[in-house]
Ligand binder design. Structure first.
Ligand code: ADE
Length: 246
């Protein structure tokens, strides 16, 4: 039983792209997961293969039609397909490791990539789509965001990562940013590796790493900390707050 990803897109040629290389690509070759990119245009029946139309109420750009998107979803999901349907959009809830873990633990995911101005809201609601954003910036479409989400999920599928590349002790597994890493040489351009790391005292190393992780998190991402300072930082992030569903 493998983890199955289906991507609905107007640009199926963008896939597998980077997901065909490295860890994810090796996992694909070994059948640990599968990736199917489906052209939304393939479900159209008119001569011009129309997928979009002008927005009601006016404004720039084009909106993907609900009937076309619904037909693309139906064609991609056989009867009884229980995989969650995720729509990549800057209006979505922020992608976090918690959602990545939940998606990776399931049977797979169906991803809808938007282009143009958006997707008719009715099909998003009718299909119960989960709207997800990968960050507070606007990409030219959902395809790169879909790749980001898939990369994050696929590395958690059992067997994809070797024992050498443990997914455990790293940023966001513990809700802290990772401590800094060093390797040989012990001195480089006059910069010495912190002495504690050369000491061989495992307990002291662990204590130092924990302190470093807490310090860098306080400095760069206080919003990750469950402290008053962290809650203040979260409250100052209006886009995140607005994007998080009630
Ligand atoms: N499509 C365009 N921008 C996006 C973003 N930031 N996240 C997810 N999908 C997007």
């Amino acid at each position: 039983m493998s983890w199955n990803a289906t991507v609905l897109t107007l640009f199926p040629g963008m896939f597998p792209g980077p997901l065909g290389t490295s860890l994810a690509g090796r996992g694909l070759e070994r059948g640990l997961w599968s990736l199917e990119a489906r052209d939304i245009r393939d479900v159209t029946t008119d001569r011009h293969r129309t997928v979009d139309d002008t927005p009601f109420g006016g404004g720039a750009g084009m909106v993907l039609r609900p009937d076309v998107v619904d037909a693309a979803c139906a064609a991609a999901m056989p009867e009884g397909d229980t995989r969650p349907l995720v729509f990549l959009t800057p209006r979505g809830m922020p992608l976090r490791q918690k959602l990545v873990r939940e998606l990776a633990a399931g049977s797979g995911v169906v991803l809808l990539c938007g282009r143009y101005e958006g997707v008719d809201q009715r099909v998003i609601e009718a299909r119960g789509m989960i709207e997800v954003s990968i960050g507070d910036y606007v990409l030219s479409g959902g395809e790169v965001a879909a790749m980001v989400l898939l990369d994050a999920c696929v590395r958690l599928i059992p067997g994809v990562m070797g024992a050498a590349e443990s997914a455990e002790e790293e940023s966001f597994s513990s809700d802290l940013l990772e401590y800094p890493q060093y390797t040989r040489p012990a001195e480089w351009r006059g910069r010495r590796v912190p002495e504690v790391l050369l000491s061989g005292h495992h307990a002291e190393v662990a204590r130092w790493r924990k302190a470093q992780a807490e310090a860098v998190t306080r400095e760069r991402r206080p919003d990750l900390l469950n402290t008053e300072q962290g809650r203040d930082a979260s409250a100052r992030a209006p886009l995140h707050a607005a994007a998080t569903p009630a």
